[in-house]
Design a protein around this ligand. Sequence first.
Ligand SMILES: [Zn+2]
Length: 256
Amino acid sequence: MYVDTHAHLYTTDFDADREQTVARALDAGVTRVVLPDIDASTRQAELDLADRYPDMMIPLLGIHPTSIRETYRQELAALEKSLATGRARGIGECGIDLYRDTTYHRQQRLAFEWQLRLAREARLPVIIHSREALREVCAILARQHDNLAGIFHCFPGDADDARRVIDLGFLLGIGGVVTFKKSAMSDVIRALGIHRVVLETDAPYLAPAPHRGRRNESAYIPLIAAKIAELAAIPVDDVARVTTANALQLFTTSTT
Ligand SMILES: [Zn+2]
């Protein structure tokens, strides 16, 4: 069995065939799917999907860094209101993304630190999104990682960065990028093995080879697992066992 630790199956990309998408995931052995939040505009669709498949979906609440703008205080207020319902099994995805736009860098940082505090107070795991910001994100975590655990989603660094993130108590989320030629993730897997790895698709984005460029979905998790098994020179069953145990431990034991 597999856990997809990062899939936005509630977006409109899946409106035409959401049920079949879920069925294909189950057929592929993906029995649990973590649903990271984006912002207030997608939250209800996410929670509706989680209600529909309560034994399969694990809903998180949070604000994606690219949704942080001048209205970020309203976003944070809406998030806290949603959190009060007790539905969240984790916080995220949250972090800093300076890839396309640095206008709201300061607000992104404030909102990220705010969400880390919420995670600590609620003792919830956190899913981190970092793009062009790994050094800053690690520095923030180094200051306040006590009582925090979580996943660095679509892990963006090299082997040294990976060691640092693991030392901070975080897991490495590895997805379709590992199947691309010349992926830095190949070196990370070869250097560090899989003991702190979890699998993710980031559906509908970042589909693994041979589906690259098309819509991604949770049923592609075994393609990612097979590539990791090849890089680590271990049986794919070991990848399934270790990554599933890592994911379940994070989302079922740290929420007490
Ligand atoms: Zn995401």
